[in-house]
Design a binder for this molecule. Structure first.
Ligand code: MCN
Length: 760
């Protein structure tokens, strides 16, 4: 383990930022190639209906138009269904690339218009006439489950497309007290700064090259190969700068497949970049879970069991929604010792945009469910929330711990993060301040909210390699696909630490299927630990070979040869006679100083933390303001604390966004109500406090570097902590629970209701 010491924990400056700060980042929309065509999609403006016909002749005659293509013209296979363990794939449930005989949500693509300019494509797209015979739409997932509800797939006979559990009945048996609640974890939109986009072009050697705004170029390549009936070797996928993905760019979209097919067919480059309004309907949404829960406890606060039915919105197709559905199930017992669990997990289709993973992907849903429930139980039992948590938190000696849902937690010290958070927040003082403010009375109510959480990260394999070029350059190759996470910095750190070279001597290669042999991509907070360990392991092997060669060149015993911190090797204690890495590389047999491979982590790791939110709620206007957010996170050993803090910052912002502001809305007919950033409220810097970050470090035994993931942690704890804080502020008014987002209107209505109730 000694070599890990020099690679971990350094605040190296982010290598990526310079270009972005200078405005030099190039995104798909910045790419221009000779002869490039532009595409626009014609999208359904009806939520549910039978597609009777598409009239394209007027569009075809419009100036600059090269092609207008529909499902029958392109005849693409349906989108691959996401892996499904509950039975064989059901072809009739698959999502088509372009709607063929039915439309199932507003925004579903029905045709593509290709023209010489973006303006021409846009103008012509408005001339396409789509004839839809409207059907009744269903938007609310609970309504979609009722008998007689409109069916999205009548042949299947139900809108419930995913169903697991319960594995155990009677989890509440033996409880002295049972607390029940219904929560809605609302649907939100990922809203990356850069929307979806692709540039596809035929290559001279008969292939297709696609530059995609994606988190997973290899996954996109596999989907393209299937859609275009091509060998993967003839498809080249790469990214340029990717302006965020937040889980929603984790695989191929129908738009990618259509554009590549069009470029293939026309033999010309085609570029498509989504508008913001398209992004808000065509990119997958996140969350969207109804929870009906009951917690059984003994009078002393010990939990005996949890009974829950969760209904996850899938949107119009059971496509990527199965990921948050499954993950929420896996994490259903969280940080607590819950011996028995009766859990039914349903996934339901409705006439709305498809749902998929969004930063946290099931973990925030599970954490909010438990953390709200604990507060409801605390009020019911009259046991302080901190105390109630403490009595039920898993203890360090219980790890590895197998949960009733089958998750295998690697390591943890939940009480330590809780204690640290309480101490750093000054919890006791905050409670005193709250009491004295309440005694005086006033317009601004202070609320203190807590969330203790665990999440899953880093499952599966990832590729990583290291090689030394003859000039001494270290080339790191990674199968991960960063889009803001700073992999170039952290992966560089691993090899600079090992070889003692400056960062300038390291080049990181990723996100290009021509130069990286294989990869999975960046999601599920996996890259640091998986790509990191793959690169580290390869680096150690290459270093050992280089040292041996250096020993021969220095005519010394290999045990006496060390790196000199300047990019060379010396005999320990003889700094005057170094041999440089370039000299060693030049002397090496070809291929000797190169190693690569996959690091595989079958069970994942389980990062955890505790967040304390302090809010003020204006009881006249209902406006909640986050005054402080104290976040204690544990992601095992850390490569770069600055990068980790940045990751937590982003997640906290999104967690606060979900708690207070964000919600995707539809009317009853399935018309989206949030199609611009004027309707969809995202927080910006003025809405956010200065975050107070702390960490504990509990290494994971599952990888040599002892790491866990951190990319999603902020969203998992923050939303629940802020929601709890607002409800804490409202507790003197008799408000037991409110769902997110806790907008001024919702809070004000609840206070009005409580006032009226009290009056009555
Ligand atoms: N890291 C570290 N030490 C650790 C853990 C991580 O130094 N113990 C570093 C890693 O080396 C990496 C970064 O922190 O540079 C994040 O690592 P990790 O937790 O492995 O997450 P991934 O790199 O796999 O990123 C995915 C994660 C997810 S799932 C979402 S969603 C998300 C996120 O990252 N979307 C983002 N962060 C984002 N950040 C930006 N800017 N944009 C997005 O779309």
């Amino acid at each position: 383990m000694s070599s890990t010491v020099s690679v971990l924990g350094h605040r190296a400056e982010r290598r990526e930022d310079r270009a972005f700060l200078r405005g030099e980042g190039r995104y798909v929309s910045d790419l221009e190639v000779p002869g490039m065509l532009h595409a626009r999609f014609v999208r359904s403006n009806v939520a549910h209906g039978v597609l009777r016909g598409i009239e394209v002749s007027a569009a075809l005659e419009a100036p600059g138009v090269v092609a207008v293509l529909t499902a029958s013209d392109l005849a693409l296979p349906d989108m691959p269904e996401w892996p499904r363990e509950e039975g064989p794939p059901r072809d009739e449930l698959a999502r088509p690339c372009l709607a063929g005989d039915r439309v199932r949500f507003v925004g579903e693509a029905v045709a593509v218009v290709v023209a010489e300019s973006e303006a021409a494509a846009l103008d012509a797209s408005e001339l396409v006439e789509v004839d839809v015979e409207e059907l009744p739409a269903v938007v609310d997932p609970l309504v979609a489950m009722e008998p007689g509800a409109p069916l999205l797939f009548p042949g299947y006979g139900s809108n419930v497309l995913l169903e697991l559990g319960p594995d155990d009945e009677g989890a509440l048996e033996g409880a002295d007290v049972v607390v029940r609640a219904r929560f809605t974890n609302q649907r939100v939109a990922p809203v990356p700064m850069e929307p979806n986009g692709i540039l596809a072009r035929p290559t001279e050697d008969g292939g297709i090259e696609c530059v995609v705004s994606s988190q997973a170029p290899f996954g996109v390549r596999a989907s393209l190969a299937r859609a275009l009936s091509r060998e993967v070797e003839t498809i080249f996928v790469r990214t340029v700068a990717v302006g965020g993905g937040f889980g929603a760019k984790g695989g191929a979209y129908p738009e990618h497949l259509v554009i590549a097919a069009v470029a293939d067919r026309l033999g010309r480059p085609v570029r498509y970049v989504e508008t913001r309004s398209e992004n808000l309907v065509a990119m997958t949404h996140g969350r969207g879970q109804r929870q009906e829960v009951a917690l059984g406890l003994r009078r002393d606060g010990t939990i005996v069991g949890l009974e829950a039915t969760t209904v996850t919105e899938l949107g119009a197709y059971a496509w990527r929604g199965s990921i948050p559905w499954r993950t929420a199930r896996l994490m259903a017992t969280g940080v607590y010792r819950i011996p028995r669990l009766t859990l039914t997990s349903l996934g339901v289709v409705t006439n709305t945009s498809p749902v998929g993973p969004y930063r946290g992907a099931g973990r925030p849903e599970a954490a909010a469910m438990l953390e709200r429930l604990v507060e409801v139980a605390s009020a019911e039992l009259g046991i302080d929330g901190v105390e109630l948590r403490r009595r039920n938190l898993l203890r360090p000696e219980e790890f590895p711990y197998r949960t009733p849902t089958g998750a295998s937690y690697d390591s943890g010290d939940y009480e330590k993060v809780l204690d640290t958070a309480l101490e750093e927040a000054g919890y006791e003082a905050l409670r005193s301040e709250q009491a004295s403010r309440r005694a005086v009375g006033g317009r601004l109510e202070l609320g203190i909210g807590l969330a203790v959480f665990v999440e899953v990260s880093g499952t599966g394999p990832e590729y990583g390699g290291v090689r030394v070029e003859p000039d001494g350059t270290l080339v790191v190759t990674s199968g991960s696909s960063p889009h803001g996470q700073g992999h170039e910095t952290t992966l560089t750190q691993l090899v600079t630490g090992l070889f003692g070279v400056p960062a300038e001597q390291v080049r990181v290669v990723h996100s290009d299927t021509r130069v990286v042999p294989r990869g999975i991509g960046t999601f599920g907070s996996r890259s640091g630990q998986l790509a990191g360990n793959a690169v580290f392991r390869s680096g150690e092997t290459v270093l050992a070979r280089a040292r041996e060669l250096a020993a021969t060149m220095l005519e010394a015993d290999v045990r006496d040869v060390v790196t000199d911190g300047k990019g060379g090797f010396i005999v320990a204690g003889v700094p005057s006679r170094p041999v440089s890495l370039a000299e060693v590389a030049s002397a090496a047999e070809p291929g000797l100083l190169a190693e690569d491979g996959d690091f595989v982590q079958p069970e994942g790791t389980y990062p955890f933390g505790a967040h304390v939110a302090v809010v003020e709620v204006d009881i006249e206007t209902g406006r909640a303001t986050v005054k402080r957010l104290v976040a204690v996170d544990d992601c095992g050993r850390v490569i770069n604390p600055t990068i980790v803090e940045g990751q937590v910052h982003g997640g906290l912002a999104q967690g606060i966004g979900q708690a207070l502001y964000e919600a995707v809305g539809y009317d009853e007919a399935g018309n989206p109500l949030t199609t611009t950033l004027a309707d969809y409220a995202m927080p910006a810097a003025p809405e956010l406090p200065a975050f107070e970050l702390y960490e504990t470090e509990t290494p994971s035994p599952r990888n040599p570097l002892g790491m866990k993931g951190v990319g999603e942690a902020g969203t998992v704890g923050a939303a629940a902590a802020v929601q709890n804080a607002v409800l804490d502020a409202l507790s003197p008014y008799g408000v037991r629970h409110l769902d997110m987002p806790l907008t001024p209107e919702r809070i004000w209505q609840a206070l009005e209701g409580a006032r009226r109730g009290a009056g009555a």
